[in-house]
Design a protein around this ligand. Structure first.
Ligand code: ZN
Length: 434
């Protein structure tokens, strides 16, 4: 097959460092009239358009728009797409009343295929090119998502949910069966196309020690896989874990004793963590997914960015939408809520920190920063184009922007899927707003 060499031109915005710990000016690159040369799905070159554009190359020019790496959603549940905006409950009641009944309908293959396809299309529409996704406890629910992600050539991390207690019988899978099903999914899908497998115990309360032990063993056998779960989302949940696992130091210690923390392990929420747990997350390079719309919607609590520091170090933090506890698939809307949550904990989240967290920071949290997350030769060309004039109000506000930081801030506070004008996956156009 002949190679395809194309150029995508516009104002480039990307990160080369972490603005939470270094000055933003050292971390954020803003290239007016820049250009990305893409060949065979990979970024070949990044720089000023007038230096890089060559005769004969096909150029797509996004004039006066921002080109960024695709957003990465580090925590979401595709099987909860239909229960977004379910009324009136906090975590445990919400799971029982809405989540578990909805997830039972994923025993039907056609339903899995239909919702997985809708989910992937919605991600692309919102500018999200990679995600770390919980499926249901039915093995086919994971297969369905991998099939749909493959059709769209997306870099997807996903796994079958593991549960063997404290949920409806229809959703419980005994440890032995869960092991065999997860192992088959790993063999069939981990590393196939752009898919990666995540071993996915829902959380400690729906897991017996046996199940967690199986999950830890599975990760040791398949150590290039990922691990995803939940931690310290809700005060009642933390107390429940203490009563179910009385012999452990704390919530994180439960996962640690079963070999489930470390690089490529990613736990959602982490609102009520202790200093010991935060220090241990840093030491082991275990990631936390911050899901502000979900934390507010379920009344779970206020995530504290400042608390995520242990000495000079900071926990790896990704940004998650946590659909359906979350209220939007838009990472822009999620960053707006992260900003408000941050102010409630007496810290100002800058636009540089927010956009870093949603791109390179999330890639680092998931340990896929050797593949995606910034604009750099050799990485996969997952790109989005943001339109500062997407709506009449954004047009008015953007005209007042004094700097790229100010413009990004306006986009994250006022933007949603309408601000995403184009999404490219591995260099190919995957969504264009009409
Ligand atoms: Zn979740």
């Amino acid at each position: 097959m002949p190679s395809t060499r194309t150029a995508i031109r516009g104002d480039l915005v990307y990160f080369t460092g972490n603005p939470f710990i270094s000055p933003a000016t050292d971390c954020l690159t803003y290239e007016r009239d820049g250009c990305i040369i893409v060949e065979d799905g990979l970024i070949q070159a990044v720089g000023p358009a007038n230096a890089l554009l060559e005769d004969g190359i096909t150029v797509t020019h996004h004039r006066d728009k921002l080109i960024l790496p695709g957003f990465i959603d580090t925590h979401t549940h595709y099987v909860q797409l239909e229960i977004m905006a379910s009324f009136g409950k906090q975590l445990i009641d919400w799971l029982n009343q809405y989540t578990f009944p909805a997830e039972q309908s994923f025993d039907n293959a056609a339903h899995c295929d239909q919702i997985a396809a809708a989910f992937c299309d919605q991600l692309l529409r919102h500018g999200t090119t990679s995600a770390s996704v919980f499926c249901s406890s039915h093995a086919y629910s994971a297969e369905a998502l991998f099939k749909q992600a493959s059709k769209r050539n997306m870099r997807m991390i996903a796994g079958q949910v593991l549960m063997d207690r404290n949920a409806p019988d229809a959703l419980l899978v005994p440890s032995g069966q869960a092991h065999d099903e997860s192992q088959k999914l790993i063999q069939d899908w981990h590393g196939k196309n752009r898919n990666l497998y995540a071993i996915t115990p829902r959380f400690a309360p729906t897991s017996t020690p046996d199940l967690l032990e199986m999950a830890g063993d599975l990760w040791r056998e398949h150590n290039t896989c990922h691990v995803q779960s939940h931690i310290s989302e809700n005060v009642a949940e933390v107390e429940w874990v203490r009563s179910l696992f009385p012999d452990y130091l704390d919530y994180l210690d439960v996962y640690e004793k079963f070999g489930l923390i470390g690089q490529r392990a990613n736990f959602a929420h982490g609102i009520h963590l202790t200093g010991r747990e935060i220090a241990r997350l840093c030491e082991t390079e275990t990631a936390i997914s911050h899901c502000p719309t979900s934390n507010l919607f379920l009344g779970s609590g206020i995530f504290d960015f400042s608390k995520m520091m242990a000495g000079e170090e900071m926990v790896r933090i990704g940004i998650g939408t946590d659909i359906g506890g979350g209220t939007s698939l838009s990472i822009l809307e999620t960053l707006a809520e992260a900003y408000k949550v941050s102010l409630l904990s007496n810290r100002v989240l800058s636009a540089a920190e927010a956009f870093y967290a949603a791109t390179l920071g999330s890639a680092q949290a998931l340990s896929i920063d050797d593949k995606v997350g910034t604009l750099q030769p050799g990485l996969e060309a997952d790109l989005i184009v943001l339109d500062p004039k997407a709506t009449p109000l954004l047009t008015m506000r953007s005209a007042q922007a004094q700097s790229i930081h100010d413009l990004l801030f306006a986009l994250m506070i006022m933007g949603d899927d309408r601000a995403v004008s184009h999404t490219y996956v591995a260099g190919d156009l995957a969504h264009a707003r009409t």
